[in-house]
Design a protein around this ligand. Structure first.
Ligand code: BMA
Length: 326
């Protein structure tokens, strides 16, 4: 089991930005029910959020918001960047929850997102260089699948995809591989749910994988269902840098969860849903963008050095997994 020192540290790793929530439907340039679960990246020296916007039919599309410091003065595009492709059944009920990585070799942004089809949610991919024009590469794997991101580079020549299929009612985080971004295989469980723990019912990737010298930092959501609702909290894991199919550390405790009124009150109460992160190289600050109660966008800030020190002090996953099997 973890130490008391770790429990105390986990509580203070992230602080909420004082201007939270940073984006709400009230200031959106056109009618929107909810703005939440944004992907985050950097372009032309600015922070770009690709925000999920839910309209009054309950269908979602994606719209760009930009800011110089990633905290204030957001400039929101007056129209969506991309909506569901009306020509394909896979996007019948909208597109949701994007994640962005800049592919290093290709120098193109890869946007993985959820297409909401009649057959259930599934993961699709689009590529862009400028967030104006884009190419749709279509669905990657069949439903039910969500919470996906590529890594910015290949491993032994292959792309790697983190995603969260639901199989036999079980919702673990998986990793799969592809030589061409089209054909996927070698599927394996990467981060399983932990029976009895705060992340016992579902886990899913949060922000895109963050590269550090110590390994890939994974910020994920974990769900516990209660008699009346589900609580979405945030945990950390570390993957091997060269062999990311190996998880080397996993936090026992959650490091962030619903507390403020905008996280507890909204369309879906009790949800903090991390979906994008940026590391400021000058200050070594990590800015974590998250959906709050499926209604607005929140920002939480942590020191990268502290995050890495904490996650490295967490137990190896084998010990917690063994315990959750007992
Ligand atoms: C998940 C996703 C997210 C949503 C979360 C909480 O299954 O659908 O889009 O934020 O549930 O409702």
């Amino acid at each position: 089991m973890g130490t008391l020192a770790n429990y105390k540290r986990s509580k203070y790793l992230f602080r909420r930005y004082e201007g939270n929530p940073i984006l709400t439907p009230a200031e959106w340039p056109y009618p929107a029910n909810a703005v939440f679960n944004p992907a985050a990246t950097e372009i032309a020296g600015e922070t770009l959020l690709l925000v999920r916007v839910e309209d009054m039919r309950g269908f979602s599309h994606l719209t760009v918001a930009r800011s110089k410091d990633g905290k204030t003065n957001w400039r929101i595009d007056p129209t969506p960047m991309v909506g569901p492709n009306s020509h394909v059944q896979e996007e019948r009920w909208g597109i949701e929850d994007p994640r962005i990585v800049l592919l290093e070799e290709e120098q193109e942004y890869a946007i993985t997102y959820v297409s909401f089809s009649k057959g259930g949610p599934l993961v699709s991919l689009m590529m862009t260089k400028d967030f104006h024009t884009f190419a749709r590469l279509g669905p990657l794997l069949p439903p039910e699948d969500k919470d996906a991101s590529l890594f910015p580079r290949r491993f032994k020549g292959r792309f790697a995809l983190i995603h969260r299929p639901i199989i036999r009612g079980e919702a673990h985080i998986w990793i799969s591989f592809s030589p061409d971004l089209k054909h996927w295989g070698d599927h394996q469980v990467l981060i399983p749910v932990r029976r009895g723990w705060w992340d016992c019912h579902r886990v899913g990737l949060g922000a895109q994988p963050i590269e550090t010298k110590e390994g890939w930092l994974i910020i994920y959501h974990g769900v516990r269902q209660t008699a009346s609702s589900s609580v979405y909290r945030v945990g950390l894991a570390l993957l091997d840098l060269d062999e990311p199919w190996k998880m080397i550390r996993r936090s026992e405790e959650w490091v962030f969860g619903p507390k403020e009124s905008y996280e507890r009150v909204g369309d879906v109460p009790g949800v903090t849903f991390p979906s994008g992160a940026i590391v400021d190289k000058e200050t070594d600050e990590l800015r974590l963008y998250y959906g709050a109660a499926d209604t607005s966008v929140g920002l939480a800030i942590a020191d990268m050095g502290e995050l890495i020190e904490y996650v490295r002090s967490c137990p190896t996953p084998q010990s917690t997994e063994r315990e959750s099997e007992e």
